[in-house]
Design a protein around this ligand. Structure first.
Ligand code: ZN
Length: 375
């Protein structure tokens, strides 16, 4: 397991001047979907002239994004390049060529450092109004680590008659939404996920609905947000949620059993919910884990497209991995809507799956002790 560093506050500038109505919000959604990156605040979308480009180059949309991350600067930069590639960025030797999306690390905490071909903070932080203005909106008191000036002082000094950085009122980026926080599916202000929303809209048309009727107008955005939350397991990891909350067992050698951990997942065959309760037990060796963390480990795997058998195995393997106990047992009971909503007399059917590791598998007495506690 790689060492987990404490999250660092980072300011990223997102920019686009090609298919920008779609690409700018999309780039922020992709940021939200990255493991190890949590989006905290997104600025207004600003419009500005292309800097240093040929005459007539399309204007840019820019937004500043405050995130926290556990990635080091180089890994973060790599990750941002990956998002640029996903959004169709064509790299060329011409630095002023139009681009679908540009994601630059402007500030990384208080770090001031030269890298091969780039540096932190980004030199543009103190020279370009299109960078400084959005940053001053979301982090006015951010202190530049070498000059000591605040973001709002820098922005004020750069705004002139012809710097032309203007808020773009038609494009409203979605308010902060993190997949780890309590989701508000009805918060549908601003741009969120243009591509996913377009697909949901098409889906409504395909099933014979009118996506423009009043009740459905905001449905694509709600569905996109709900889907992001319900599949947020793809962007979280066991390491992230456990986050060091392991304790010395101090000689505790009794079986630990947590019963009735609620979970909600979606079957990978129909993308319909299945849900139920999990009972998890382990026999500690050297480490124990906070009980609330066990539920979070279940969520990491439940919030994906799943089959119940694999979900059960993944929870058992993850706990065996992080706790290295004498043994682990997981029993899950689940009701599957794809079964319950079709056919008759299936409404009460639920499925039980189990996974045993270590002494829970090899020792019949341990297993039966667990199963007696579990049921
Ligand atoms: Zn199914």
């Amino acid at each position: 397991m790689p060492p987990i560093q404490d999250p660092v506050e980072v300011v990223i500038l997102a920019g686009s001047n090609l298919d920008k109505e779609r690409c700018l919000p999309e780039s922020i959604r992709h940021l939200r979907r990255q493991p190890g990156i949590t989006v905290r605040t997104v600025s207004t979308c600003y419009e500005s002239k292309s800097v240093g480009g040929p005459a007539g180059a399309p204007d840019f949309y820019n937004a500043a994004v405050l995130v926290t991350t556990t990635l080091d600067p180089e890994a973060l930069r790599e990750r941002l390049h990956g998002i640029e590639d996903d959004l169709g960025r064509q790299r060329s030797s011409d630095p002023s060529a139009p681009r679908t999306v540009d994601l630059d690390v402007i500030y990384y905490g208080v770090l001031a450092k030269e890298y091969d071909g780039w540096s932190l903070p980004d030199p543009g932080a103190e020279s370009e109004a299109y960078i400084a203005v959005p940053i001053a909106e979301i982090a006015p008191r951010w202190v530049h680590p070498t000059s000591g000036r605040t973001a709002s002082e820098i922005a004020e000094s750069l705004v002139t008659e012809d710097s032309q950085v203007i808020p773009h009122v038609a494009i409203r980026l979605s308010t902060p939404y993190t997949t780890s926080a309590v989701p508000d599916f009805d918060d549908v202000e601003g741009m969120y996920a243009p591509r996913l929303e377009a697909i949901v809209r098409d889906q409504l048309i395909e099933i014979g609905e009118d996506p423009d009727r009043e009740g459905l107008q905001r449905t694509p955005r709600r569905v996109a947000k709900a889907l992001d939350f319900l599949t947020s397991g793809y962007t979280s990891s066991v390491e992230d949620v456990v986050n060091g909350a392991l304790f010395d067992a101090e000689g505790a050698n009794e079986m630990v059993v947590v019963r009735d951990v609620e979970y909600y997942s979606m079957c990978e065959h129909h993308m319909l919910p299945f849900f139920g309760k999990a009972t998890i037990g382990y026999l500690p060796k050297e480490k124990i884990i906070g009980l609330s963390k066990i539920a979070r480990v279940v969520d990491v795997f439940a919030r994906r497209l799943q089959v119940q058998e694999r979900l059960t195995n993944q929870v058992a393997d993850a706990l065996a991995d992080i706790l290295a106990p004498y043994g682990v047992g997981v029993v899950m009971e689940g009701k599957h809507l794809c079964m319950m909503m079709r056919g008759v007399q299936k409404q009460e059917s639920s499925m039980v799956t189990s996974a045993m590791r270590g002494t829970f598998r090899s020792d019949a007495r341990t297993r039966s002790e667990f199963l007696a506690l579990a049921t």
